[in-house]
Design a protein around this ligand. Structure first.
Ligand code: ADP
Length: 637
């Protein structure tokens, strides 16, 4: 640690001393005031990077630079104090207001950085000129021009050299491949040749009156768009060095009769160009940073994220897509989906994707993806239209599906196993009640009736669970035949009649013997039992009506009641599995909430449907069941 600090101090001292000597070599207005003063930048940069411990090295460097030039110890100490103080104040203010070392990361930070430099360089100029005046080393009437030269020289050091120092001491993130190296060398050559020709009269002798200095700007813009800021600032320093050298030799668009004038013009030009280019490269760097963040976020997501072009080519895929699709990211990019997964164009998923591309319709679906090797996995997909084509988000839900299948399997097995003993219980109880084992004592009549009722409920639940597991496993069988509707309704009604009477409800059935349906009888009875059963269950007083009519080629059966009704917002929910609406008054009602779900699935299996025709909270509801009609010849005649 100690040794490292000493090495840092030595490094800063030498850098300061050498650049200082070079600077004073060009001093024209006064041996101590020069238009080229890189040490300001070295002082600010090293204070920002290494902290206060760089102060002694800066002071010593400044003192020796001046002492070896002017030879007077006292004024050299004075000037060195001013130089050190300038750097200290600048670094301090940058830390306070402009985010310290990170000042150059944003255009806003750059603006603050520059304002602080402009201000703090006044300190050194004022202090230095005062020292010269006090020690009698400067002419009174030249004060203004010495001050101005001093100030400008320091500013250029702050604006060009401090960023150079900061970017070269920063961690460097980029890897150069061959293309990048080639581009870098080309850019470097272009910069050296163009700045050599324009400012230095080498490579190409341009006439002096040609003010082509602006030609350097596109090259620096190139650097800032394509390279990191370390390269950009290096390019600026190279151009500044080449042009200063040329201008001092009397070449280039800035050379004037007086050397100090030439250098001031040159410096101002470069200060302005540097500020613009630094701001531009800060914006570019910021954009790259956001891109990197975006990319790494996308690549670390579990969810697949892909952008597909209108030509079905992969524009972007994140890591998860590559893993899900068992391909490499770079292999997918630029290829079409059909090339990568032949046959994909015939899948339902592709149909929705095409719809999304052409009609701009988003879609969500669970999709079974078949790999070329025959294996398959389930994905939940979200397809969204975007400007480039479509965006597909995908999550692997294979495990979820497996668990779901296991659950279905379990329910199916459990209900099967329960059915046999339940049937036995039901059978024996009814035999008991009916007196097959001798007359039953009166006091057992009620408990037996309750046991019988509970058993029936249990059987209903088990049957419903079995139905659900069949629906989910897509194992529902329908045996379709032609039936007259009336007898089916009558059968259900007579089964439920005791319940209607128990609640004192009115029941009216409109008969129409002409209606014939093509359906599975058992399933129709089950659906009607559910609908009429619900109507009875959820109606306290009033009536229940059943009627049917032919609409186009469907027979629609309406079951209406004057019960509690269903709120608008609950209408679709009712058809979900296990959905029961709780009314505040009644609390929990008997049932599983599976009835309507099963009924609708069965109706659809028979090419019909089930829906709520109308319902108003508190005023009753009407459910409608449609089934394919069989148009008898009689009717046609
Ligand atoms: P359950 O077997 O529990 O009755 P269903 O799927 O048949 O299950 O019904 C689901 C829910 O729909 C019921 O709990 C009830 O809240 C509501 N519902 C069904 N039919 C009616 C109706 N005729 N009037 C009012 N609410 C009803």
């Amino acid at each position: 640690m100690k040794i490292k600090n000493i090495l840092i101090l030595i490094f800063v001292f030498f850098l300061y001393f050498i650049t200082g000597k070079i600077g004073l070599y060009f001093a024209t207005v006064h041996p101590s005031a020069t238009a080229i003063w890189a040490p300001t930048g070295i002082a600010i940069g090293s204070l920002l990077v290494f902290g206060r411990k760089a102060l002694p090295a800066i002071f010593l460097g400044a003192f020796l630079t001046n002492f070896t030039t002017s030879g007077t110890a006292l004024s050299s100490i004075g000037i060195a104090l001013g130089n050190t103080f300038e750097g200290f104040i600048a670094a301090h203010l940058i830390e306070m207001f402009a985010d310290g070392r990170r000042a150059l990361n944003t255009p806003r930070g750059i603006l603050k950085f520059i304002i602080i430099i402009l201000f703090s360089c006044m300190i050194s100029a004022t202090w230095g000129v005062s020292t010269l005046l006090l020690s009698g080393l400067a002419d009174g009437d030249k004060t203004a021009s010495i001050w101005f030269t001093w100030w400008l020289g320091d500013i250029s050091g702050g604006i060009i050299v401090a960023p150079f120092f900061l970017f070269w001491t920063k961690k460097y993130l980029y890897h150069w491949n061959n293309d990048r190296r080639l581009e870098g060398v080309t850019l470097l050559l272009a910069i050296v040749i163009v700045s050599g020709a324009i400012f230095n009269g080498i490579f190409l002798k341009l006439p002096l009156f040609l003010s082509l200095e602006f030609l350097i700007i596109p090259l620096l813009v190139w650097a800032s768009l394509r390279f990191d800021r370390r390269e950009v600032i290096t390019a600026i320093v190279i151009v500044a060095a080449v042009s200063t050298w040329g201008t001092v030799r009397g070449y280039g668009p800035f050379s004037r009769y007086k050397m100090e004038e030439s250098l001031i013009l040159l410096q101002t030009f470069f200060d302005v160009v540097t500020i613009m280019i630094l701001a531009l490269s800060a914006v570019v760097a910021e954009r790259k940073r956001v891109q990197r963040l975006f990319r790494s976020t996308l690549d670390n997501m579990r969810e697949g994220f892909q952008i597909i072009g209108f030509d079905y080519k992969y524009i972007y895929v994140n890591n998860a897509v590559a893993v899900q699709g068992k391909k490499k990211q770079e292999d997918l990019l630029g290829k079409s989906m059909m090339e990568m997964y032949p046959g994909i164009e015939n899948t339902p998923m592709f149909t929705y994707l095409r719809k999304c591309m052409l009609e701009r319709i988003p879609h969500e679906m669970d999709n079974k993806f078949q790999y070329p090797d025959g294996s398959q996995r389930w994905f939940r997909l979200k397809i969204e239209p975007i400007a480039e084509g479509a965006l597909i988000l995908s999550i692997d839900i294979t495990r979820e599906k497996e668990i779901d299948d296991m659950k279905t399997e379990f329910i199916s097995m459990a209900s099967h196993e329960l059915r046999t003993p339940l049937s036995a219980i039901k059978g024996f109880i009814s035999m008991l009640i009916e007196g097959d084992y001798g007359k039953v004592d009166k006091k057992f009549a009620r408990p037996l009736a309750l046991v019988s009722e509970s058993t029936n409920r249990l059987i209903k639940i088990v049957n419903e669970m079995l139905d659900v597991s069949r629906i989910e496993a897509e194992r529902v069988m329908v045996h379709v035949d032609t039936y007259q509707l009336d007898p089916l309704i009558s059968e259900v009604v007579s089964n439920l009649k005791p319940l209607v009477d128990e609640k004192n409800l009115k029941l009216s059935v409109e008969k129409d013997s002409s209606l014939q349906i093509s359906a599975d009888k058992e399933k129709v009875i089950q659906i009607l039992t559910n609908l009429i059963g619900n109507a009875i269950k959820f109606t306290e007083k009033g009536s229940i009506g059943i009627n049917a009519k032919l609409i186009k080629n469907m027979v629609v059966v309406y079951v209406s009641d004057t019960g509690r009704g269903i709120a608008q917002s609950d209408k679709e929910k009712l058809f979900n599995k296990f959905e029961q609406l709780k009314s505040k008054k009644e609390g929990k009602v008997a049932g599983t909430g599976l009835g309507l779900y099963i009924s609708r699935e069965f109706a659809r299996k028979m090419k019909g449907d089930l829906w709520i025709e109308k319902s108003t909270g508190g005023k009753g509801s009407t459910f409608a069941l449609s089934l394919p009609a069989v148009l008898s010849k009689n009717k046609l005649l």
